[in-house]
Design a protein around this ligand. Structure first.
Ligand SMILES: C[S@@+](CC[C@H](N)C(=O)[O-])C[C@H]1O[C@@H](n2cnc3c(N)ncnc32)[C@H](O)[C@@H]1O
Length: 153
């Protein structure tokens, strides 16, 4: 999981039986993630690293990439690079799943992204299975999160 923060989603996926890896460049995030994960079930690990500088050994390693508010945390000018990174990290047939936050406000982070912008960035590289407003958001984000299911060919 890129930009895993305190690791809530990493713990959820690990508890569901996935081998989960969370990456975040903020030392405090990784420290808290480790602290909050003591005794948590399943296989998981946290790494303190810049996702754009992951070693080549991580390339093509993952069946899934889970996106939750990392895309909107990075500078918008780096978005094409972020899409490329997703392609490189996933195995062929692997899936990018998660949410894109279309809050509609100026500035950031989080930097707004529209459905059209997500499609423009990812459609040339991924099979778009789904990109729809999810009914499962927390209340304050309700109607503004696009649930994505993209397959790496
Ligand atoms: C909005 S937070 C989301 C945290 C987590 N996904 C969650 O939902 O609780 C975005 C996270 O991305 C991390 N981040 C931003 N750019 C990053 C980069 N280039 N490499 C690694 N982590 C990054 C930040 O440190 C921050 O913890």
């Amino acid at each position: 999981m890129p930009g895993c923060g305190y690791g809530h989603d990493v713990r959820e996926f690990a508890a569901a039986g996935f081998e989960a890896v969370g990456v975040d460049f903020a030392p405090l995030a990784v420290e808290r993630a480790n602290e909050q994960s003591k005794g948590a079930p399943g296989k998981f690990e946290f790494r303190q690293a810049d996702i754009f500088e992951l070693p080549n050994t991580e390339r093509g390693r993952f069946d899934y990439l889970y996106e939750y508010t990392c895309f909107v945390a990075i500078e918008p000018r780096r978005r094409p690079e972020y899409v490329q990174l997703a392609l490189e990290l996933l195995k062929p047939g692997g899936m990018l799943i998660g949410c894109f936050y279309n809050h509609g406000r100026e500035g950031g982070p989080p930097f707004d992204v529209t459905r059209e912008q997500v499609l423009e960035l990812y459609r040339p590289h991924f099979e778009i299975r789904k990109l729809e407003i999810t009914p499962h958001s927390v209340e304050r984000r309700s109607g503004h999160e696009l649930w994505a299911e993209f397959v790496r060919p």
